[in-house]
Design a protein around this ligand. Structure first.
Ligand code: AKB
Length: 315
């Protein structure tokens, strides 16, 4: 049975991934860590420790004490927050990553960390963006993500650490909110549709980005970590996506369930500029071929589920 350490366990991905992994691998075998403690299921259903990933010694100790064989490193700042505080983003995103990789090297564990569509930039081909292509991002987040991809490749080649990873698109979920991302509008729109029947989008009409519903993202992580290493030609930063959509597409889909829903725009120039530097639609062929990536949710299926779940959650 695996013994897994998750950093950033109370974030948007961690909150659901920890619970899913505990279902599969057993509650005691998934050690959740974050910089703060909340009254969430993650804290209550299994081992939880407060760990700051920039503290290399603390990270090593929790991994060693729990004899982990897998590290899922999620602690990071998202794109918009990183752009507001670039030096801190470098410190947390790169410092945390290199500390976690060092623990993986010293304890010989498997290692996963997500990259993002943010690892691409304005000179990257925008449509059907290839797996291996130009990466000259213009945001601090993007610089962190490209550096992280290279660092994970380096730890595999140089030290034989079993590093694996994907480039996530915008992730949509009803459980934990994302914090400070450019794609967050695609989550807020569902909350506001249920709460107020209207939403003012900070991303402009016609701006296409890749998105994915959280259950597909969780499956992708677990499938990649379980995949036969001999089949992986790439290891880190696999392009994965479930849909390429713009705000009007989501609004139209919501209207099928809530006909009175109204969409307006209050564009945030900073996040709009980030969105425009990212691809419209990435190509996930390598992930499909090398480890069988598959997305179950398209926009229609995701919208139906999001609205149903949020109706219950928001009363
Ligand atoms: C963000 O918008 O920063 C993230 C991402 C696409 O990496 N959701």
């Amino acid at each position: 049975m695996k013994k897994i350490l998750v950093t950033g366990a109370l974030g948007q991905i961690g909150s659901e991934l920890v619970m899913k992994m505990r279902e599969i691998y057993g509650n005691a075998n998934v050690i959740a860590t974050d910089i703060r403690e909340t009254e969430s299921d993650v804290v209550q259903s299994g081992p939880f420790d407060i760990v700051d990933v920039t503290d290399a010694k603390a990270l090593f100790k929790v991994a060693k004490d729990n004899r982990v064989d897998t590290i899922i490193h999620l602690a990071a700042l998202l794109s918009a927050t990183a752009e507001n505080n670039p030096l801190f983003a470098w410190h947390l995103n790169m410092g945390g990553l290199v500390n976690a990789l060092e623990v993986a090297r010293e304890l010989n564990t498997q290692f996963f960390t997500p990259s993002s569509i943010g690892a691409f930039g304005p000179t990257t081909p925008k449509d059907n963006t290839p797996q291996d292509t130009i990466q000259r991002p213009t945001t601090m987040y993007g610089v962190n993500k490209v550096s992280g991809e290279l660092l994970c490749d380096y730890y595999f080649k140089k030290f034989g650490v079993d590093t694996r990873g994907v480039r996530f698109p915008g992730l949509i979920s009803y459980v934990a909110p994302p914090g400070g991302g450019t794609t967050d509008y695609a989550v807020e729109i569902y909350y506001e549709a249920i709460k107020n029947g209207k939403y003012a989008s900070f991303i402009n009409k016609g701006t296409y980005m890749d998105m994915m519903y959280m259950p597909d993202a969780l499956n992708a992580i677990i499938t990649l970590m379980e995949a036969d290493a001999s089949k992986l030609k790439h290891r880190n930063a696999f392009n994965i996506t479930a849909m390429s959509i713009e705000p009007e597409d989501i609004a139209a889909e919501i209207k099928k369930h809530i006909p009175e829903f109204e969409m307006t725009y209050d564009v945030d120039p900073a996040r709009q500029a980030i969105a425009e530097s990212w691809p419209n639609a990435i190509d996930a062929t390598a992930a499909k071929e090398e480890w069988g990536f598959k997305a179950e949710y398209d926009l229609a299926k995701m919208t139906e589920d999001m609205l149903a779940k949020l109706k219950i959650k928001l009363g």
